[in-house]
Design a protein. Sequence first.
Length: 558
Amino acid sequence: MASSGPVSWKLDDHPKLPKGKTIAVVVLDGWGEYKPDQYNCIHVAQTPAMDSLKQGAPEKWRLVRAHGTAVGLPTEDDMGNSEVGHNALGAGRIFAQGAKLVDLALASGKIYDGEGFKYISESFEKGTLHLIGLLSDGGVHSRLDQLQLLLKGAGERGAKRIRVHILTDGRDVLDGSSVGFVETLENDLANLRQKGVDARIASGGGRMYVTMDRYENDWNVVKRGWDAQVLGEAPHKFTSAVEAVKKLRENANDQYLPPFVIVDENNKAVGPILDGDAVVTINFRADRMVMLAKALEYQDFNKFDRVRFPKIRYAGMLQYDGELMLPNRYLVSPPEIDRTSGEYLVHNGVRTFACSETVKFGHVTFFWNGNRSGCFKPDMEEYVEIPSDVGITFNVKPKMKALEIGEKARDAILSRKFDQIRVNIPNGDMVGHTGDIEATVVACKAADDAVKMILDAIEQVGGIYVVTADHGNAEDMVKRNKSGEPLKDKDGNLQILTSHTCQPVPVAIGGPGLAPGVRFRNDVPNGGLANVAATVMNLHGFVAPGDYEPTLIEVVGN
Ligand SMILES: O=C(O)[C@H](O)COP(=O)(O)O
Ligand SMILES: [Mn+2]
Ligand SMILES: [Mn+2]
């Protein structure tokens, strides 16, 4: 709930903990805790820095929950992800997240009564309704069952012509599962056609190669999608989407399928986006939809040549950026993540430095601050983005920019210009998603090296560190049965897990600046990521607001 009335930003002083310590807050992306076997890349890799922190258990090292309801997701079967993880870390409270809000709006039918749906339905009589988004049941960016309900609901409410522009997954779900999802969707569209709705798949491509870039890392990705979805142009043309995906999979995996369009018997694209049409981007998660939303919405736009800028009615499943009000129209209101710890802390004099490389930059800024772009007080904050490599899969360069992030953090710590130095180290996650086990081992070592640099700098300035992660990934690289044994596919090949996991993640505290007597409490056994914010506020010398999830620490002795 958004707070009513003006917010009082003043935080109470912590009765026992001093202010003015330099605190490094390190988020290892995709770094969970799991049993040590050969598919646990964190275990296989040399990770002396993280291992040394673990020696501090249980007083200085513990595990917290990073998936399911602990981060505002609908069920305990939902793995964690960066958006919900960083939201919880930064906001200190658990908000019902996009996945859940869309579920509720669909179940109650409220989605159809809202302004957003009314707006797009004005196109139903004469135009086409286009649905663009990730086709899987991963539940990280979108969910198939939500798309199915929306298709049905739109058909029942007058949409006469529907075109779906699919993005295949293989990242939040198993590689190869795209074929099944397309078959399921085709079945639904056939049912709609029987009811008189002209409904078809119009285009497609793999999510990482087509459309779903983030933080403006590579606009070519969005352009490829634009050409297929809007212009109806792509290097590959097929008359059936199932055939398209099966054929293109011969040379690429689901994440990286090249763009294709579906054509009719005259080789004409069946569903370009035209003046008078309606468009809905069906993903609820923000980061990988913002770029497309800009291309669809902004009159002035120079990131690539759109060739044609159709006059459409566009709505997002959610509003993806509250600050930019992007998109202007949306079907479901996003969670109102207000009064984040970052905003409180700058109001209480904490000078903040945040850094990652491009692919995770928004995680420690935008997601951390409750899906809000930009700083709160530019004179108190510095956000540094290190450009990520472009156009490669990260198993090729598994060290990514870990070293550079470590160096920037070290320099910021040693400069003594900041009270909080916050970084995201992406390797375990980004390389874990490629499913390349060997490369992920290298990635984990690189992440550990970066942690070491930061711990050393904290040592030098007498500071404090808080090292944690946003969800699991690299600690388990295979799909398993209920008893935890690796599963094989019908050809006897190991089923590689490219996705996140439901494992807990570590939180470690320490450093020469940590007051004697500070230790983890043992009365928050179910603590989750949202408990970290109050913990960090305490270490800065403040008591967290009363509605924050409880702190993980206590101070014993005098
Ligand atoms: O967007 C992605 O890369 C994956 O779907 C989820 O990964 P992230 O939540 O770690 O960003
Ligand atoms: Mn993540
Ligand atoms: Mn990830």
